[in-house]
Each structure stands twice: as structure tokens, then as C-alpha cells.
Write a protein that binds this ligand. Structure first.
Ligand SMILES: Nc1nc2c(ncn2[C@@H]2O[C@H](COP(=O)(O)OP(=O)(O)OP(=O)(O)O)[C@@H](O)[C@H]2O)c(=O)[nH]1
Ligand SMILES: [Mg+2]
Length: 333
């Protein structure tokens, strides 16, 4: 299962208690205090990890705790610090405090670490309290409690380009022909149930762009029709939206209507302003006979960059790849 939202309870380790002890040696029966301090509790650290695809691990184990610090011991021995808890999160994870609803942090770059909760300091042993007036203190302090909290984790994938289209428009077919990702394709709607990320390589430009193939959007998706529009969160961070339509209208709908429906569904998404993003149109299925007529009608109506392609016959793909690169790397204002 692909989990892109869940809540977790996290706790940093408590500090260890300080120790009360006195030096006892053969010829020194009344030795001074030597109780050591407690160790510090472990921190809870979040690490962005490119190999982690979703938040499934947290769905099944929603409670995580860092190690507690050991108590101090005699002979001035300081308790060992508790071990830190490092939790791997997929790139693009946003962490919200469940209590306040506020955003706490985002994990965007592979290897990036955020110390979310700090372990408690260890308590003081009695050695700490010795002074000229009190040579045999029995005083010690407890370790401080580790910080804890409940958090909501939301994954918003990181991709440069978001592919948006009706079911069967050919989003996954396109992803297969221009990236190494292998999402399933099929002649039935909602073949793709979870977002798929693919990388478009540009060997001549020594660069790459990341493409997000998300499940199909239909009219009313914003009212939860089909798979709803929650998957749009995975294109929220994209720089460019590539709307893809079946230009042949092979399912009996007009491609121009499809495009307008997609725009209105994007506009109904409340979490982010998707219509403010630069966009282009990918006219797919140009191998089918009706496609050319539909394309000229479309062009007259919508002045946006259009890339006619056929995934089936591998046509227009190089022009499309270069076009996407140019739209992202040198956008016209
Ligand atoms: N004729 C023709 N058919 C195509 C072309 N591209 C894709 N198809 C067909 O269209 C159907 C749907 O393709 P998918 O790539 O699964 O479509 P999708 O947009 O990912 O669909 P969902 O995952 O259901 O949203 C498949 O039967 C493909 O073979 C094309 O260029 N020409
Ligand atoms: Mg698909």
C-alpha cells in the first residue's frame, strides 16, 4: 500500500538520574562525594532518504522512542547517553504538529537531518553539589524528561513536472517511453492507483528532470469522484504542469472539454494554487485519425505550448523532452 499521510507519536529519551555515592578507600573512610551525573537521553532525528518511497513504515508502527540516558554511578562515572533515534522519511515529507496544526519542518534533500525532539539532560550526581560548606552532600537531581509530541506526516512528492490527465490519456505510457520508470498501463481507467516518479535523462545537457505520473483526474474529482484529487498534493511542488489529453477523443469526449475540465479540477484544489504554475499541453494519441482535426480546433482556443506525440509510435518524444527542459530551465516570463 502507498501511504502518503499518517500520524506518529514520538518521544526523545529521558535523561538518566544523578547518583549519590562516596569514595570509600582503605585509609580514607570518609571520602568525598563521587556520584556521577546521569547520561543525556537520545534525540529523535528525521532523515530525508531517497530510498524510502512512502510513509508506510509509520502507519504500522506509529510509536517511536529514542533511548534513555543511563543513571550516573559511583566513582564519578557518568551515565551513558541514550542512543538517538533516526527515522528515515521519503523526500518531500512535511511534518506538522498534531497539537497546533503548524508546520514543523520539511525534508527535501537526500541525507538532510532535522533534530525534531531533544533528549533530556542527565541529572546531577552528588559530586556536583560538593562545596566548601557541604563536603558530604546527599543531593542529586533526576534527569530531565525527553521532549515528546504527536505529529502528522504528509508526503508531497518532489518532482519538476507533474503529469495531469484523465484516466487512459496515456500518462503512464508516456512515463514509460521517456523515463526508466515502469508504471503499469492499461486500456481501463485508473490503472495507476499511486503516484509514480520517473526521471527524464538529458545526457547532452548533463541534466535530468523528475516527472510525477499521478492517478487520473475526472470531472468532479474535487468532490471525490474517481480517486478524488488528494493525489494532486504530489504535484504541488512541481515547477511545470504537463496536462495530457487523448487528442483523438477515443473515449467519445472532446479533447478541448477534457482540458477545460482538468483546469477546473486543478482550480478546485484548495491546498495550493495549481493554476498559477506554468503549464503546457501534451496532445497524445496523434497516431489516431481524428487527432489532427481536434488539435487544430484546440490550438485556436488555447494559446499554450502544445506537444503533439504518440506514445504508441514513439513520435514527438524528443521534441517534447526538449520542450519540457526549455520550459523549466528558461521559462518565458
Ligand atoms: N493509440 C494510442 N493509444 C495509446 C497511446 N498512448 C497510450 N495509449 C493507450 O491508452 C491506454 C491508457 O494508457 P495509460 O498509459 O495506462 O493511461 P493513463 O493515463 O496512465 O491511465 P490511468 O493510469 O488509468 O489514469 C492504453 O491502452 C494505452 O495503450 C498512443 O499514443 N496512441
Ligand atoms: Mg496510469
Amino acid at each position: 500500500m502507498f501511504i502518503d499521510e499518517t500520524t506518529v507519536s514520538l518521544k526523545a529519551g529521558d535523561g538518566g538520574r544523578g547518583c549519590v555515592a562516596f569514595r570509600r578507600e582503605k585509609f580514607e573512610p570518609m571520602g568525598g562525594p563521587n556520584g556521577g551525573d546521569g547520561g543525556k537521553g537520545g534525540d529523535v532525528i528525521l532523515r530525508a532518504d531517497d530510498d524510502t518511497g512512502d510513509l508506510e513504515a509509520f502507519r504500522y508502527q506509529p510509536l517511536h522512542e529514542a533511548g534513555r540516558g543511563d543513571h550516573g554511578r559511583g566513582s564519578s562515572q557518568i551515565g551513558r547517553g541514550g542512543s538517538d533515534l533516526v527515522l528515515k522519511m521519503p523526500l518531500g515529507t512535511v511534518v506538522f504538529s498534531e497539537e497546533t496544526g503548524e508546520k514543523v519542518c520539511e525534508l527535501l534533500d537526500d541525507g538532510q537531518e532535522v533534530t525534531l525532539l531533544r533528549g533530556g539532560q542527565g541529572g546531577f550526581g552528588n559530586e556536583h553539589f560538593k562545596s566548601s560548606t557541604n563536603r558530604a552532600p546527599r543531593k542529586f537531581t533526576e534527569g530531565k524528561l525527553g521532549e515528546e509530541g504527536k505529529f502528522r506526516l504528509v508526503l508531497k512528492s518532489i518532482a519538476d513536472i507533474g503529469l495531469v490527465g484523465f484516466p487512459n490519456a496515456g500518462k503512464s505510457s508516456l512515463t514509460r517511453v521517456i523515463t526508466k520508470a515502469r508504471p503499469r498501463t492499461g486500456a481501463y481507467p485508473f490503472t495507476t492507483l499511486i503516484p509514480q516518479l520517473g526521471i527524464i535523462e538529458y545526457p547532452d545537457k548533463h541534466g535530468r528532470l523528475q516527472l510525477a505520473d499521478i492517478p487520473g483526474i475526472i470531472a468532479g474529482a474535487s468532490q471525490d469522484k474517481g480517486l478524488g484529487h488528494r493525489f494532486l498534493r504530489h504535484i504541488e511542488r512541481c515547477q511545470l504542469l504537463a496536462l495530457i489529453v487523448d487528442m483523438a477523443g477515443s473515449e467519445g469526449r472532446s479533447p478541448t472539454d477534457d482540458y477545460e475540465t482538468l483546469l477546473s479540477e486543478l482550480g478546485a484544489y484548495e491546498e495550493g494554487d495549481l493554476l498559477a504554475k506554468p503549464r503546457c499541453l501534451i496532445a497524445n494519441k496523434m497516431d489516431l485519425p481524428e487527432a489532427n482535426d481536434h488539435l487544430s480546433t484546440f490550438r485556436k482556443k488555447h494559446p499554450i505550448p502544445i506537444f503533439p506525440i504518440s506514445c504508441l509510435q514513439n513520435e514527438g518524444l524528443q521534441t517534447l523532452k526538449n520542450g519540457l527542459w526549455n520550459l523549466i530551465k528558461s521559462p518565458t516570463p
